[in-house]
Design a protein around this ligand. Structure first.
Ligand code: ADP
Length: 279
């Protein structure tokens, strides 16, 4: 603490340990009501982060929770397509309204704002973070029990800004067996720990393939090390999702809400629900 401390950090430049950290959290839209916010993150793209986010949202909605997905993966937005939503979001003088899927999930994504959903978004990081923050501050989310945020991949500028500005109740880390071996998971875990955000669990996607003829499980990417990594970081392993052609077809065909995953994801959302409420 500085000598003669007046306890007024705003008029003092000393970098002492008791200095109050600035709260960078943004307030949601005044008309929004959002109870829980869970971010789905990955160390890199293409591991099934959006797929996991969509499956979680679909099962949360199916459990009777009012559910929303904020697609923060601005340069690779795939959430609306997975839910079969292609119309543009509406807005008025009050704010922007999410588009609601057939199953009732409230969605906001860059793709719902573009003139043409195939248009690429070639923006710098600051513009991207600003837009995602607006999904939080300018969109009117109604009575949401669970919001899932499909984060941009990696641990760069944009995810960092979002970690700081959106009040998250926890994160889910999605990986594939290969990435579990490397440092990718550790990086995502370390970032969340540094930001003081609870890590609810690890999901190993593309964990195995079930042979359609004999039913044997094939470890396409080698033996799973998910349990060992989860143990090392003291984080629950909440799901092992197989490579499943019907998942790809459901995601591409906009039918993710109708996908029957009961044989391998029966209690996936229930586990998250418990972990969130245990906090
Ligand atoms: P990310 O969000 O990490 O970039 P996606 O969720 O978009 O990755 O997945 C990348 C591609 O892999 C998509 O075409 C998706 O449909 C497919 N995919 C993801 N997980 C699985 C899975 N378990 N089985 C089959 N296809 C999958």
């Amino acid at each position: 603490m500085a000598e003669n401390c007046s306890h007024d950090c705003s008029s003092c430049s000393a970098d002492c340990s008791s200095r109050e950290k600035p709260d960078l959290k943004k307030k949601p839209h005044a008309m929004s009501d959002i109870k829980r916010v869970i971010a789905v993150v990955s160390g890199k793209g293409g591991v099934g982060k959006s797929m996991t986010c969509a499956l979680l949202a679909a099962s949360s909605q199916a459990k009777g929770y009012v559910t929303a997905v904020m697609d923060a993966d601005i340069t690779g937005p795939s959430i609306p397509r997975m839910f079969g939503v292609h119309e543009r979001a509406r807005g008025d003088e009050l704010g922007i309204y999410p588009v609601v899927s057939d199953g009732g999930v409230q969605l906001m994504s860059m793709n719902l704002l573009l003139e043409n959903e195939d248009d690429p978004v070639i923006w710098r990081g600051s513009l991207i973070s600003g837009t995602v923050q607006q999904f939080w501050t300018d969109v009117i989310w109604s009575g949401v029990d669970y919001m899932f945020v499909d984060m941009p991949p990696g641990t760069g500028d944009v995810p960092l800004t979002l970690f700081q500005s959106i009040p998250l109740d926890g994160i889910i880390v999605v990986t594939t067996p290969q990435d579990l071996v490397g440092m990718i998971v550790s990086k995502a875990v370390n970032m969340a720990t540094m930001m003081n955000i609870p890590i609810l669990g690890i999901v190993e996607n593309m964990s195995y393939l079930t042979c359609p003829d004999c039913g044997r499980k094939i470890n396409v990417f080698g033996e799973s090390v998910a349990e060992a990594v989860a143990l090392e970081h003291n984080i629950p392993l909440v799901a092992k999702i197989p490579i499943d052609q019907s998942l790809t077809a459901a995601a591409d065909g906009g039918r993710i809400e109708a996908e029957d995953t009961t044989n391998y994801l029966t209690d996936f959302f229930d586990q998250i629900d418990k972990l969130v409420n245990k906090k």
